[in-house]
Structure formats: C-alpha cells, structure tokens
Design a binder for this molecule. Structure first.
Ligand code: G4P
Length: 199
C-alpha cells in the first residue's frame, strides 16, 4: 500500500534538534511534547491535523490519557468540538461505561481503558488524536470503544509514528485514514532516522 506521507517540517526540525533516543527504541520528546510542552509547536501541529482531516465530518475528538490530551484539546478547540479522553482507571463514581483492554508493549502489561456512554455514542463522528503510534494497541482499544458505542471513526492523527513497530501498517490496512506528522523509520544504534518523504 502506498503511504502518502508528508512530514510536518517544524516538528521534524524540532525532533532533530531536541529529540533523544533511549535504549529499546524509545524516542524521548519530553522537552517539547509530553512533559514540557511547546504550545506554539502544538498549535501549528494541530492546525496541520485540521488541514489533513478537512475532508472529514468530525463532531468529537477522542484521545487516551495522559499525553494525548494536550494535542486533542488544541484540535478540538480549532474545530470547536468537544474533546473526550478515555480513562485508564475506571472511576468509582462512573457507571454506564464502555470498557476495553489495551496491551502496552512498552510496559509489558495490559490495562483497562474506559469511557462513559454519555460522551461517546451512536452518531458520533470521531477523530482520534494521540502523541505516539507504535504497535497501535492504544488505537485498537479506541477502535473497540468506538465500535461498542456505535460511533464512526473518521480518522486517526498521531504526532509521531514509529514505523518499525507496524501499528500504522495495521491501521491503514484496515482502511482508516491515519495521519502522522513525523515518521521514525529506525532508532537503531541510538540514531534517529526520520522518513523524509513518500515512498
Ligand atoms: P501502542 O499504543 O502504539 O501499541 O504503543 P505502546 O503500547 O508501545 O506504547 C505505550 C505507551 O508508550 C504509550 O503511552 C505511548 O504513547 C508510549 N510510547 C510508545 N513509544 C514511545 C516512544 O518512542 N517514546 C515515548 N516518549 N513514548 C512512547 P502511555 O503509556 O499511554 O503513556 P501516557 O500517554 O500516559 O504518557
């Protein structure tokens, strides 16, 4: 399958400058994406997501806590639609829940992800936004929640996709519109290899 990929230049430049590679194929971007956040970069990335999904009808943004929340809010703000984050712990005060299991490859354990039926239901046209796409397990959990709700998944937007973990291949093969602002083809030998263009 041809992947029409266009790197988002300001993000690529920032990864080159401030991204760090950790053992085990982990890209550390906590100085600008998922611990300290650069709001100007976040704004420009969110505008890019809106541009890439302009062909889709979207009435809700969905993400998973925690790191997805910041980009999701910015996209929701730009589209003027509500933002829902799936929770990793079932709140004791909440019933009427949609629940699924997600296996975390990085943490080597499964966790429960849930969302109230009050905020995700039939007729919703959902855009899923998250910081990383690796194996795609979080995205699979989201697909399950959306299906349980009878909602429609309009697309999935990720700040960074790690192609060597193949979540993106799986999701695109399922027919979803997946947009990644930067694709990392390898972190071998602690060298960040960014994909430069369509291939
Ligand atoms: P998957 O959902 O695509 O299958 O990913 P995986 O299980 O491998 O990843 C689990 C967690 O690790 C996710 O965050 C994901 O965003 C994050 N992650 C995966 N690869 C990288 C990486 O190279 N760098 C960084 N910084 N994070 C990575 P999470 O556990 O849900 O944490 P959070 O959203 O609460 O921060």
């Amino acid at each position: 399958m041809t992947l029409h990929y266009k790197p988002f230049a300001p993000l690529v430049a920032r990864i080159r400058e401030d991204g760090k590679c950790l053992e085990g194929g982990i890209l550390k971007v906590d100085s600008f994406i998922n611990h300290q956040i650069d709001p100007t970069l976040l704004q420009s990335m969110s505008i890019e997501f809106v541009r890439r999904f302009a062909n889709k009808e979207i009435n809700k943004i969905l993400t998973i806590e925690a790191s997805g929340i910041a980009p999701a809010i910015m996209v929701g703000f730009l589209l003027n639609v509500p933002v829902v984050f799936a929770k990793k712990k079932k709140p004791s005060t909440m019933d009427n829940m949609l629940v699924t299991e997600v296996f975390s490859f990085t943490k080597n354990k499964s966790y429960t992800v849930c969302c109230s039926k009050d905020f995700l239901g039939a007729g919703d046209k959902v855009l899923f936004i998250d910081d990383f796409l690796a194996n795609g397990n979080a995205a699979k959990g989201i697909i399950d929640l959306v299906n349980q709700a009878g909602a429609t998944l309009a697309g999935m937007g990720f700040i960074v996709e790690k192609s060597f973990q193949h979540g993106g291949d799986y999701l695109r093969d399922q027919g979803y519109q997946v947009e990644s602002l930067a694709i990392i083809d390898s972190l071998d030998n602690c060298t960040i290899t960014l994909r430069s263009n369509q291939r």
